[in-house]
Design a protein around this ligand. Structure first.
Ligand code: FES
Length: 257
């Protein structure tokens, strides 16, 4: 396949960026999107030009590093798929592909396609730890957990923190991410000890980092490569309201009956 790539080039966080067009011949439909970018970089290096900076690690859809906007869609055109798992067979010979970094105040561009996602690390850090002695491997049935809860917790824990939810939301809201991280513990017995503090602290950290609010656009759910559902945002709201109520002044609780 012959493709025209319009790639966002930006030499630093404070520099002005622009889309630069590159033509790439001989792209195999069996290549992954990142392998195609590797090829682009090989061509650029051989020509003595600076390669395109992009983030990646596992290339197996589990680390969350490889987020890119591809033709305006977070992680590209295939639902439930990270950029590293996206294959070039999803594009056609002669296509023009626009490749940009995540665009959100909370994710400033470091260089080219790479953004600083440390805001997510700080939100996770605010959530703290679970003060349950994990010890050795426990017996599978030592703590009975309802199948429904275990399934929901595992679905929430599938979030890889890539930031596609923020990048695709018109409000740059991080609520799908935070909702998933709060849910994965709130649903399990091991997460009960810090349940209240976790909800309060993670939501406060999310607000501090400058992420927007949810206005039910649902682009986050549509673009999530791990198919995290909006129900996690609803659970986050419930957890936060209950936690705030628990810490509300006694007068306020008494006044409300
Ligand atoms: S490189 Fe790890 S999820 Fe894509």
């Amino acid at each position: 396949m012959k493709l025209t790539l319009k790639v966002w080039r930006q030499s630093g966080p404070k520099e002005k960026g622009r889309l630069v067009a590159y033509v790439l011949d001989d792209v195999s439909p069996d290549q992954s999107f990142l392998e195609m970018l590797d090829d682009l970089n090989r061509v650029l290096v051989l020509k003595g030009e600076e390669p395109v900076v992009f983030e990646h690690d596992c290339r197996e859809g589990i680390c969350g590093c490889c987020g890119l906007m591809i033709n305006g869609q977070a992680h590209g055109p295939v639902r439930g798929t990270t950029v590293c798992q996206l294959h070039m067979r999803n594009f056609k010979d002669g296509d023009t592909i626009v490749i940009e970094p995540w665009r959100a105040k909370g994710f400033p561009v470091i260089k080219d396609l790479m953004v600083d996602r440390s805001a997510f690390d700080r939100i996770i850090e605010a959530g703290g730890y679970v003060s349950v002695n994990t010890g050795g491997i426990p017996d599978a049935n030592a703590i009975p957990i309802r199948k429904e809860d275990a399934d929901l917790a595992m679905d929430a824990a599938a979030c890889i923190g890539c930031g596609a939810c923020v990048a695709s939301c018109p409000n740059a809201s991080a609520m799908l991410f935070v909702g998933a991280k709060i849910s994965q513990y709130a649903l399990l017995p091991q997460g009960q000890v810090e349940r209240v503090a976790r909800a309060l602290n993670m939501v406060a950290a999310m607000d501090r980092e400058g992420f927007g609010n949810c206005s039910n656009v649902a682009e986050c759910e549509a673009s999530c490569p791990k198919l995290i559902t909006l129900s996690n945002i609803q659970r986050m709201y419930r957890e936060h309201v209950k936690a705030s109520w628990k810490y509300a002044p006694r007068e306020a609780r008494e006044a409300a009956g």
